[in-house]
Design a protein around this ligand. Structure first.
Ligand code: PAF
Length: 272
């Protein structure tokens, strides 16, 4: 399979790639704007990747909105939209996957044990098809970005990985395609994710450096809240994702919380 970007690359153009699962929102558009500045040809892929969903997750209901996505991409000056079918990427007989040993054993990988295998596989395939010089991923999926940086290093892939900052609603909720599953009541509860990160940073600034104390304190925000269950709240090394006990250097605070049946994630780098 070939996308025209391969041809343009051979003609000397610098190819920038933003992989997405569609249902584009301001977070994706900010990655496209960042991408626009970094090369000659901007490629966006739109593909709801089945191999990163486990049975019982929201593959079937994941929002799909191709016409709107194409309009938005055009407005952002995207040169090529690559929207393959499931059969294009996973034809009959497909059986090769990419798996990382350690990074997926943390954070989201604990409750979604096959997720990063699906992400690493599809991203590698997309890189081979699109042949970008640069690829841009959002920092909201911090662990995904870490996995992809590792994958690129480990497999000597010739692509530069760039992270784009989390884009938030005015009240702080991180933008996500899954926010639209929330009722207005749940939307209010979902704000606690961001509030817990802000609170954690404030606790650290006021001298609390033990990760367990910070996690215990911010957990309280969720425990009293209806329809809310914590999947994890972790403070860890921003590169290895190993847990940190004392925050004596920048640390990643990451959390996943279910509000109703919607699983939301957010993160922030805490600096002592
Ligand atoms: O972040 C996403 O939207 C997806 O995980 C990605 C990177 C496009 C792979 O399917």
């Amino acid at each position: 399979m070939q996308v025209r970007s391969g041809l343009l690359r051979n003609q000397g153009q610098k190819i920038v790639f933003v992989p997405t699962m569609g249902d584009l929102h301001e977070g994706h558009l900010s990655l496209m704007r960042k991408g626009r500045e970094q090369g000659d040809c901007l490629v966006v892929s739109i593909f709801v990747n089945p191999t990163q969903f486990a049975p019982g997750e929201d593959l079937d209901t994941y929002p799909r909105n191709l016409d709107r996505d194409l309009d938005l991409s055009k407005k952002e000056g995207v040169d090529i939209v690559f929207a393959p079918s499931e059969n294009d990427l996973y034809p009959e007989g497909f059986q090769t996957y990419i798996e990382l040993e350690k990074l997926p054993k943390h954070l989201c990988g604990i409750s979604r044990p096959t997720f990063f295998r699906g992400v690493a596989t599809v991203v590698t395939k997309l890189f081979n098809i699109v042949r970008p010089h640069v690829a841009i991923f959002g920092q909201k999926d911090y662990q995904q970005l870490t996995v992809i940086r590792r994958l690129v290093r480990d497999l000597n892939l010739a692509v530069e990985i760039v992270g784009g900052p989390i884009v938030r609603e005015p009240d702080g909720l991180a933008m996500s395609s899954r926010n639209k599953y929330l009722t207005s009541g749940q939307r209010a509860y979902a704000l606690s994710l961001y509030q817990s990160l802000v609170k954690a940073q404030a606790l650290l600034k006021s001298g609390t450096r033990e990760a367990s104390k910070i996690i215990g304190n911010v957990s309280g925000l969720f425990l009293s809240q209806p329809e809310t269950t914590i999947d994890y709240i972790a403070v860890c090394d921003p590169e290895t994702l190993d847990d940190m006990e004392v925050i004596d250097r920048p640390a990643l605070m990451a959390l996943a919380v279910k509000v109703g049946s919607t699983r939301l994630i957010d993160n922030m780098i805490l600096s002592p």
